[in-house]
Design a protein around this ligand. Structure first.
Ligand code: NOJ
Ligand code: CA
Length: 705
């Protein structure tokens, strides 16, 4: 930008002559332009290799009462910076992450109101992040956002992989369509979830949104560092292909209340001609603050089993009795007088069976759901006092289980279903966390099923977002790791708070027992949900016919067994469950070996092949060990994956391959698989057949000399 000093009459006045300002990525390929147009309207655009991928798009806000931050701006100053650093995450897909970007902060002022609004842009080789910053100011000490008008103007009618915008759930199957076809597919996409009522717009979609242009550019829109602000959906104008931010309102109908100085989350655009770069991008993590936990030695990746799938499939129950009128969480003694229904899953005996299995096969933890009183009447009833988080059912002998697990070297994982009564959870949180620590629990799976209490709050509003954050930070005080289900989708906050070792926040394996998910589901999640952080997807289902578990449940798991193994690599997470029953693993011990062996934390990852909603192949090196694991997840169309072993150092390696049989198919022959061993070097390329809904996994070890 050029600052020109002009002399006007007798007084010397500083006037800024404004021209578009550009910011170019370190490798020079990604370029963004910022400009004030037609009366001071801020807008930006983005191009890759000289081709626009975001056409000029507006920036700003509509505010309640105090005048909008949409136009009439002038530039006060422009500051630039350039950063190239590496940092070490506590856990993750790599042990060192490079953070390399060019930055430009544009300080804006509205002369008519004296309001200040700055926009900070960071451009990386693989994309752009920008956020709004509001310095502390008298004229705008606090304000209420009615609407964020940030736009992402697409340059064509791209193919998109999307789920409907919804203020209450993220647990949808993905639809693939042109942008112009979102509206006509919305109803069908929405009925794929079918138990909620939160659909918000006929053209609204959730982030992270993945797209592909006709000339093969992959574009991903999401956000980073979502703190004290509502989650952003995207609303499409389907005649112009322009997306606009669609924030999740609070109970009062407004989007956010801001107190200066403050910042918004980063809005992110990741783009490349190569789909693998989207998976390799670290923009989301890099835009989050460094770790705020000083001593992280207590944060440990975990592989676990649990008393869970039996309730999800309907074989057993979370609750203890059907005698609902006669039990109340304020009167635990009630439970001693009522008749149990006999199908309670979390019994001491059953839990011990899982502890034995975990100990025998080297698992770190055992999760138990339905251990605490209150499940007789828990969901969607706007019940305030629904769980107390500290009182076990009479047939769950907590001290006995605690000592049994301890003796066997297994950690118990706590479960806090809140039933979305955030009021109740916050009131009881200290007591609940303290109870955990007193009983040797270091990790909690929390859950937010049903509508939020207080009534009227939505799942991804500023208020709810603040709660999820509060729960994670308070857990850190207690040295507790958190795996939150149904909480807002992650935005890289695990960099700052690595005790957030898991989130669900998308359609997980549970839906395979609720009617099934599309066979391609796990070939799109790494491009969407996982952009923000790992998912507690709970893979490892070996018995696909759910009616064999519960004759009343006709659901079918729409993947092959080898596909289930692949997910431990393609859906990287420091927290991985082996979700099926011990007895199902005992039927397929040679395949189960992979789940026992696979690592949870990595030195490095290589994305060997990728196409959204079709397939992905990923290789990873275990952190601090000479062991490599490869996973290939396939969608609906059978194909031959190619594993290029050039990621290996020199030498000979023994590869154990777990792959689909030639006759495997997710629907009619999911348990057809082959386990075989081969020898490779870093010059080898291996073709591996993957069936419909199939996949493969590999363990790669140096050959003994
Ligand atoms: C939904 C969660 O995703 C699931 O894992 C859990 O078992 C139930 N809620 C009950 O809390
Ligand atoms: Ca869920």
């Amino acid at each position: 930008m050029k600052h020109i000093l002009l002399s006007l009459g007798m007084a010397a006045t500083a006037v800024t002559a404004w021209g578009a300002e550009t910011l170019t990525s370190p490798d020079g390929k990604m370029k963004m332009e910022f400009d004030l147009v037609a009366g001071g309207i801020p807008q930006y655009s983005l191009s890759l290799d000289g081709k626009q991928i975001i056409a000029p798009s507006r920036l700003g806000f509509k505010l309640l009462k105090v005048g909008d931050l949409t136009d009439g701006f002038k530039v006060l100053s422009v500051d630039t910076a350039s950063v190239d650093e590496t940092w070490k995450p506590v856990w993750g897909e790599e042990s060192e992450i490079r953070n390399n970007y060019k930055e430009m902060k544009v300080a804006l002022q509205q002369p008519s109101t004296k309001h200040r609004m700055d926009i900070r842009f960071r451009i990386f080789n693989d994309g752009l992040g920008f956020r709004y910053e509001f310095p502390q100011q008298k004229k705008l000490a606090h304000f209420t956002i009615e609407d964020e008008i940030t736009e992402f103007a697409m340059t064509g009618d791209h193919e998109a992989y999307w789920i409907p915008a919804d203020y209450e759930t993220q647990e949808y199957d993905y639809t693939r369509s042109r942008l112009s076809e979102i509206r006509e597919n919305m109803h069908e996409a929405w009925t794929h979830h079918n138990s909620w009522e939160g659909l918000v717009s006929p053209t609204g979609v959730q982030t992270a949104l993945m797209m592909k242009t006709d000339d093969g550019t992959y574009i991903n829109l999401h956000e980073a560092a979502l703190v004290d602000y509502p989650a952003m959906h995207l609303e499409l104008n389907d005649t112009t292909n322009v997306f606009k931010a669609l924030l999740n309102p609070d109970a009062d109908g407004y989007m956010a209340v801001m107190h200066t100085d403050c910042v918004t989350p980063w809005r992110t655009v990741i783009a490349s001609k190569d789909a693998r770069d989207i998976l390799a991008s670290r923009i989301t993590l890099n835009l989050n603050d460094p770790c705020k936990i000083e001593d992280t030695s207590w944060i440990k990746p975990m592989k676990y089993v649990g008393v869970w799938w039996e309730m999800i499939t309907g074989k057993s129950k979370w609750s203890y009795t059907n005698d609902l009128p006669n039990v109340h969480i304020d009167r635990p003694e009630d439970y001693l007088t009522v008749k149990p229904h006999g199908r309670h899953g979390a019994t001491t005996e059953n839990v011990k069976r899982y502890i034995d299995f975990a100990a025998e096969h080297g698992f770190d933890g055992v999760l138990v759901e339905g251990w605490n009183i209150g499940w007789e009447d828990w969901s969607n009833r706007f019940k305030d006092e629904v769980f107390d988080f500290v009182t076990p059912y009479p047939d769950f002998n907590l001290p006995e289980i605690r000592e049994y697990a301890k003796a066997k070297g297994v950690e118990m994982i706590m479960h806090h279903e809140t039933s979305s009564s955030i009021r109740n959870y916050e009131r009881r949180m200290d007591e609940a966390y303290k109870f955990m620590k007193d009983n040797g629990y270091n990790a909690v799976k929390s859950g937010y099923v049903g509508f939020i209490l207080p009534r009227g709050s939505k799942h991804y509003s500023q208020w709810s977002v603040n709660h999820y954050q509060y729960a994670v930070e308070k857990a850190a005080d207690y040295k507790i790791m958190v795996n939150a289900h149904e909480a807002v989708r992650p935005t890289g906050l695990c960099r700052t708070w690595p005790n957030l070792i898991g989130n669900e926040s998308a359609r997980g394996t549970e839906y395979q027992a609720f009617g099934g998910s599309k066979p391609s589901h796990t070939t799109i999640l790494p491009f969407t949900r996982l952009i923000g952080g790992p998912m507690d997807y709970t893979p490892g289902i070996f018995e696909m016919d759910i009616s064999k578990i519960n004759p009343k449940n006709k659901s079918w798991v729409n993947t092959t067994l080898a596909n289930q193994l692949s997910l431990y690599v393609t859906m990287s997470s420091p927290l991985q469950m082996a979700a099926d029953f011990p007895e199902n693993y005992e039927r397929f011990m040679d395949a189960f070996q992979f789940i026992k062996d696979v690592a949870l934390d990595w030195d490095k990852s290589w994305y060997l092949e990728a196409e959204p909603m079709e397939y992905l192949t990923v290789a990873r090196k275990e952190k601090g060990a000479d062991r490599w694991f490869v996973g290939g997840t396939n969608g609906e169309t059978p194909r031959e994956a190619v594993v290029d072993f050039s990621f290996l150092p020199k030498g000979k390696y023994k590869v154990t391959v777990y792959r689909d049989g030639k006759d495997a198919h997710y629907r009619n022959n999911p348990q057809s698989y082959v386990v075989e061993t081969k020898t490779v070097t870093n010059k080898s390329k291996m073709k591996v057949y993957t069936a419909a809904g199939g996949g493969f996994a590999m363990t790669v070890l140096p050959e003994e000399k």
